[in-house]
Design a protein around this ligand. Structure first.
Ligand code: BGC
Length: 272
């Protein structure tokens, strides 16, 4: 995204698809902030690819966004192909999400894993801004999402929530949903997180760990109790990280491919 002579685009658009809500907003790519209040609508039930894509079209129309956009899914996504589906309908598996969204919305989309988008947002514009080392971003919600950035470059689709802890998927023991389900105190939950992050650290040795997800709002309650080797800090962009990161990844990936579809020619006047 740098280079003095490169024309930089100022606005993008991000959509963050979660198990219960879909959030969308135009994004100021220079500031790494939403350029207008975001809109959140419930995720359709069932959350089939067609139903979600139709909701996304409605959101894009609401903002009069006609250009390319970025979108997250709680899924492993390889070059647009959805490989897993956590908290969304299983019929997403195998779908070419780029093709589906192009067909249903009439716009070009870049689809990424939700935690990857949050990680990119934190490293480009958040608490790990310009960090040149190895940054691990973990989102603690229903599951555990993970993103690894090395020198600012994303290693996509890292699925560290599924490492084994106590003989089960780590996220079933240490995600925020486990604290709620088992009524854990902050101290007990922090102990689980310590064990989880120590395990991750044994394998990856990050220079910095960033924790996101809704519970990062209350970080002062529990983060000081988590004993990692590396510094561990709360995410800065919080609930907007997915939307901002989706927009950033779309521009970084689609413009790197060249403006194949020459959409710029057809851009209409923009409100943002
Ligand atoms: C999924 C990840 C996702 C995370 C957060 C996990 O269960 O496997 O792909 O990033 O949940 O939604």
């Amino acid at each position: 995204m740098s280079g003095k002579n490169t024309k930089q685009r100022q606005f993008g658009f991000g959509v963050d698809v979660g198990g219960t809500g879909i959030k969308a907003a135009p994004v100021d790519l220079e500031k790494g902030k939403l350029a207008a209040d975001r809109l959140r609508v419930p995720t359709p039930i069932p959350s089939t690819p067609e139903a979600v894509a139709t909701t996304i079209r409605v959101l894009l129309d609401h903002f009069d966004w006609v250009d390319k956009f970025g979108c997250t899914l709680p899924s492993v996504v390889q070059q647009g192909i959805v490989r897993t589906a956590a908290n969304i309908d299983q019929s997403w598996i195998g779908v070419d999400a780029h093709a589906l969204l192009a067909e249903v919305t009439g716009r070009i989309a870049w689809v990424s894993n939700d935690a990857d988008a949050a990680g990119v947002a934190e490293v480009r514009h958040g608490v790990a801004r310009k960090h040149n080392g190895t940054v691990l971003v973990a989102t603690l919600g229903t599951g555990i999402g993970s993103a690894l950035l090395v020198g600012g470059r994303l290693v996509p689709n890292l699925e560290l929530g599924h490492l084994e802890l106590d003989g089960v998927d780590a996220e079933t023991r240490a995600a925020y949903s486990a604290r709620e389900r088992e009524n854990l105190s902050w101290v007990d939950w922090a102990d689980r997180l310590t064990r989880y992050f120590r395990h991750v650290e044994d394998l990856l040795w990050p220079d910095l760990i960033v924790v996101g997800g809704g519970v990062s709002k209350e970080a002062s309650e529990w983060l000081p109790l988590v004993r990692t080797r590396s510094p561990i800090v709360p995410a800065e962009l919080r609930n907007n990280a997915g939307v901002v990161g989706a927009a950033v990844l779309a521009i970084e990936n689609l413009e790197n491919l060249g403006d194949l579809h020459a959409h710029d020619k057809h851009k209409t006047a923009r409100k943002y």
